[in-house]
Design a protein around this ligand. Structure first.
Ligand code: USQ
Length: 394
């Protein structure tokens, strides 16, 4: 089985590539280094340096004997996307340069993934919309033209739903109106330009499913935390990119770094913002189980990819408790919320589908957080306090 991973250099893309490779899949990764380049341009810092994608693929090959083919290219260029299907692809690194053939599965992570990034300025909003929609549209047309049976696994976000005052279903809602019933995509009302671009992605894919019988699984993820995966633990150089800055860092990763750097935990506003969270290892399980149980032709299958919910205050308290047990004097500071979001709200999402497929969740508790503390501690000297809060306002 051949798996094509778009955005294979990112926080989730690289661990996903190793995960499939370890399990005997033929893997091709594509990336344009957007994330790394943005980290440099915005000077956000990273907890530790990571080798280039080509270097990582070489290290993986030396250590495991497995090949991950690498393409460095910009998927907003339709010809680059189409080359992955018509055999004209140019590999930036591969042991066997011969075309691996049309993939059975495509995992689509090739997106600008940050809400604050998308609201730095109108230019960053444009980059977000252009990148995310063009890549998705190029993918949809390439699959329509070359590989209609190929299963697309697209990473979506729970933020597409926003925080409605009713229970959140998994993707779809049955509506009864004037005595008639139909099922529609669950209403979506995102809180950032990034999240809005993900809604538009979903609409594109839904169009492709209705018109051309494409097979799509949309994984609506909550914020992910963690950095250690089984495959990465064989060599430090295989660790995934880890951000703790305001732009690319997600909250749990940020709070752990802040605790270690003696920087008061930045709770935005009242701290009642509740989201669904998951461990990076569970993202890998979810993607793999979706690959093993593909959507049918003409099906847009949607899963809510979270394992549990927490408010910002609960995460801050857990971080403070674990930090104190480890000898850090962790303070919590409520600061004016730079985002325009509900700070106290109803939140009751359903998330049963992936559990039914067989995901075994890793829950966040004091012990699992302590393990993350121990990894971050090793890089304490690299932490830059100036990148933790810059105050990108909505
Ligand atoms: N927050 C704080 N303090 C901080 C950072 C964040 O209070 O220092 C709050 C935010 O205001 C928000 C919540 O924590 O209410 C989560 O923020 P986040 O930065 O961890 O996550 P978010 O911006 O929502 O985006 C992240 C990923 C994105 C993914 C999304 C899933 O960057 O790619 O789609 O999580 S979800 O949140 O369910 O939409």
């Amino acid at each position: 089985m051949h798996v094509l991973i778009l955005g294979g250099d990112g926080y989730l893309g690289w661990p996903t590539a190793m995960y499939f490779s370890k399990r005997g899949y033929e893997v091709t990764v594509v990336d344009n280094y957007f994330r790394r380049n943005s980290c440099t341009e915005l000077d956000v810092g990273m907890l530790y340096p990571i080798p280039s994608l080509v270097e990582r693929a070489k290290i993986w090959h030396e250590l495991t004997g497995q090949e991950i083919k690498v393409v460095i290219g910009d998927l907003t260029d339709a010809e680059v996307m189409r080359s992955l299907f018509d055999g004209t692809v140019e590999y930036s690194w591969a042991i066997h340069k011969k075309f691996s053939g049309i993939p059975e599965t495509i995992v689509h992570y090739a997106e600008q993934p940050s809400a604050p990034y998308s609201l730095i300025s109108y230019k960053h909003a444009n980059i977000t919309i252009t990148n995310n929609l063009l890549v998705t549209n190029n993918l949809m047309f390439a699959v329509r033209d070359f590989a209609r049976d190929c299963h697309i696994i697209k990473l979506g976000t729970m933020g597409e739903y926003g925080t409605p005052n009713i229970d959140i279903e998994e993707g779809w809602l049955e509506i009864e109106h004037k005595g008639r019933k139909d099922t529609f995509l669950y209403p979506r009302q995102a809180g950032s330009i990034y999240h809005t671009s993900k809604i538009m992605d979903t609409d594109l894919m839904w169009f492709g499913v209705r018109m051309w019988d494409l097979r799509v699984t949309d994984l609506l993820q909550g914020p992910v935390y963690g950095m250690v995966t089984e495959e990465a633990s064989i060599d430090d150089r295989l660790k995934t990119i880890f951000n703790y800055d305001e732009i690319f860092g997600t909250i749990v990763n940020r709070f752990i770094v802040q605790a270690i750097a003696d920087y008061p935990l930045t709770v935005y506003g009242k701290g009642g913002q509740t989201r669904g969270y998951l461990n990076i290892n569970d993202t890998l399980q979810c993607v793999h189980l979706s690959e093993k149980n593909p959507a049918k032709n003409g099906e847009l299958r949607i899963y809510n990819q979270i394992m549990e919910t927490f408010s910002v205050n609960e995460l801050a308290e857990m971080t403070q408790c674990v930090g104190r047990e480890m000898g850090y004097d962790v303070q919590i500071k409520k600061i004016e919320n730079p985002r325009n979001e509900a700070e106290e709200h109803y939140y009751n999402p359903t998330y049963q589908g992936l559990l039914d497929l067989g995901v075994k969740p890793h829950y966040l508790d004091n012990d699992s957080m302590k393990k993350m503390f121990k990894v971050v501690e090793q890089y304490k000297q690299n932490i830059r306090r100036d990148v933790i809060f810059k105050g990108v306002k909505w």
